[in-house]
Design a protein around this ligand. Structure first.
Ligand code: GTP
Ligand code: MG
Length: 204
């Protein structure tokens, strides 16, 4: 799939105020600074679409984008940012969990994981939560340009071994870089196929 048009629609903290759920929706989530906004901009060929920052915690809202007039892309707040106070963190997670549980047109969640790091507790816990709530997701490893391919292979192996301790089956895995555009086609093709399959589905 090619992205021809990408427009920012609305930002808010209240899942109830999100756009009418009448189109398939795909959400991007992950720890602060993992590269969500950069990946979204890379996928959409649009540098300033989602705000990026080297300061973690930049995206604190549910941001909706309308793509090709046919589907919604969502940039969610980063979770697990240590410098945000405890109550604030709780507030983030309520926004995130409320949105993820309640959004009826949500087709798939892309959980971004830093390819340089070993499995992080908060990410593993978040995947457990998604599983318990039967929310479909894929794993998207980011910033692969910052490591060699052999380190990437090694890190993925560690991740898979860790996951298989609790998961019977692994979700789909993508390896990406916003800088080199690695993984762009694979991700967009998956979303494109799902959008096509759902073209006659009535969400509301
Ligand atoms: P929050 O909105 O704070 O949760 O962060 P985010 O997950 O949206 O991260 P963002 O896209 O703002 O990126 C954080 C930092 O990582 C920025 O300095 C980006 O330039 C950098 N970055 C993101 N993706 C990549 C990548 O694929 N390669 C490299 N080299 N740097 C990246
Ligand atoms: Mg962001």
């Amino acid at each position: 799939m090619k992205i021809n048009t990408a427009e920012f629609l609305v930002s808010n903290q209240d899942p109830k105020l999100c756009p009418t759920p009448n189109k398939p929706e795909f959400a991007f989530i992950g720890r602060s600074n993992v590269g969500k906004s950069s990946l979204i901009n890379m996928l959409c060929n649009h540098k300033g679409l989602a705000k990026t920052s080297s300061t973690p915690g930049k995206t604190q809202l549910i941001n909706h984008f309308l793509i090709n007039q046919t589907w919604y892309l969502v940039d969610l707040p980063g979770f697990g940012y240590a410098k945000v106070s405890k109550t604030k963190r709780g507030e983030f997670s309520k926004i995130i969990t409320g949105y993820l549980r309640g959004r009826q047109n949500l087709v798939n969640v892309y959980l971004l994981l830093d390819s340089r790091l070993e499995p992080q507790k908060i990410d593993l816990e978040f995947m457990e939560w998604l599983g318990e709530n039967q929310i479909p997701f894929s794993m998207v490893f980011t910033k692969t340009d910052k490591i060699t391919s052999s380190v990437l292979v090694k890190n993925l192996k560690v991740y898979k071994t860790q996951m298989l301790k609790t998961w019977e089956e692994l979700p789909k895995i993508y390896t990406t870089s916003s800088t080199s555009k690695m993984g762009k086609e694979e991700l967009l093709n998956e979303i494109g196929d799902l959008v096509e399959q759902l073209k006659d589905f009535k969400f509301v």
